[in-house]
Design a binder for this molecule. Sequence first.
Ligand SMILES: Cc1cc2nc3c(=O)[nH]c(=O)nc-3n(C[C@H](O)[C@H](O)[C@H](O)COP(=O)(O)OP(=O)(O)OC[C@H]3O[C@@H](n4cnc5c(N)ncnc54)[C@H](O)[C@@H]3O)c2cc1C
Length: 269
Amino acid sequence: MKPAPFAYERPATLSEAVRILADVPGAKVLAGGQTLGPMLNLRLAQPEMIVDIGRIPELAEVTETAGAISIGATVTHAAIEDGRVSDPAGGFLRRVAKGIAYRAVRTRGTIGGSLAHADPAADWLSALTALGAEVVLSGSHGSRTVVLAEFARGAMQADIAADEIVVAVRVPKFSRASRFAYHKICRKTGEFAEAIGVAVDDPERGVRRLVAGATEGRPIVLNLERDLISLSVAALEEALSASGYVADAYVLKLHAVALHRACQEASAL
Ligand SMILES: Cc1cc2nc3c(=O)[nH]c(=O)nc-3n(C[C@H](O)[C@H](O)[C@H](O)COP(=O)(O)OP(=O)(O)OC[C@H]3O[C@@H](n4cnc5c(N)ncnc54)[C@H](O)[C@@H]3O)c2cc1C
C-alpha cells in the first residue's frame, strides 16, 4: 500500500518545527521513519502534514555536564552502538543499542523516536528507565523535563502534547563501581522483546533498580533492598505481583526469569 497524501516540511530549527506543529493540527513528527514509515504505508497513520526533524542540528547534539550526558533525540541507535556517543553507564548503552533490530534499522532509528513511540517492547524505554533518565521536551509553551519512568503512560502513549517534540534524553552518570545487566527474551536476536529484565546497581550513588519491560504498559520499576544475587525467580514473581502487575502464570514467570537473569549477570560482573 502507499501512504495517503500528506504535506511535508523539513524545518531547519527546533522553534520552526514547534511552530508548524502548533499551527497544523494533526501534523506528525518524522525522525528515523522506522515506525512511522510502515504506519504511513499501511495507512494506520494518515497525517495531514509530516514534519521531518532530521536536519535540525540541536536535536543531534550530545552534551555533557558534571552529572549527566544529554543525548539529542535524533541520535541513531547505530551512533550509540558505534561508541560515537559517550556512555555514562560503562558501555551499557552500546550493548543495548546493539540488540535493537538489525543494522539497517539501527542506522536510521533514533533514540527520541523510540521513546516517543512508547512501545512497551522497545529497548530504550526499559533500559533508560532503569538508569533513571529524563526526557526533555520542547513545545509552544516552553520546555519541560519528565522522568522517563513516568513518560510512558501506557502502551504507545507517551506524555507528549501535539505541539511538543522530544529534544533529548538526559542520562545520569554512574560510578565506576556500578554494574548493569540487560536481558531480553525474544525468539530471534534483534527482535522486539517478549520480556526484558534490567538490573542497575551503583553502590556509590545508592541506586539499586530493577526494571521489567515488554509488559503491556509502562516499564515496571522495582526498588528492592535485597542483594541482586539473592533474588530468586519466585521472589521476583512475588515482587512483580506486589507492584500491581497482572499477567497469566506463564507471562509472569517469563518476566521474572528475564529479571533473574539480569540480576545474576549483574552480580557476576
Ligand atoms: C523491523 C524492525 C524491527 C525493530 N526492532 C526493534 C527492537 O528490537 N527494539 C526496539 O527497541 N525497536 C525496534 N524497532 C523500532 C526502531 O528501533 C525505532 O526506534 C523506532 O522505529 C522509532 O524510531 P524512529 O526514529 O524511526 O521514529 P519514527 O518512526 O520517525 O517515529 C516514531 C513515532 O515517534 C514520533 N516521534 C519521533 N521522533 C520524535 C520526537 N523527537 N519528538 C516527538 N515525537 C517523535 C513520530 O511522530 C512517530 O509517532 C524496530 C523497527 C523495525 C522497522
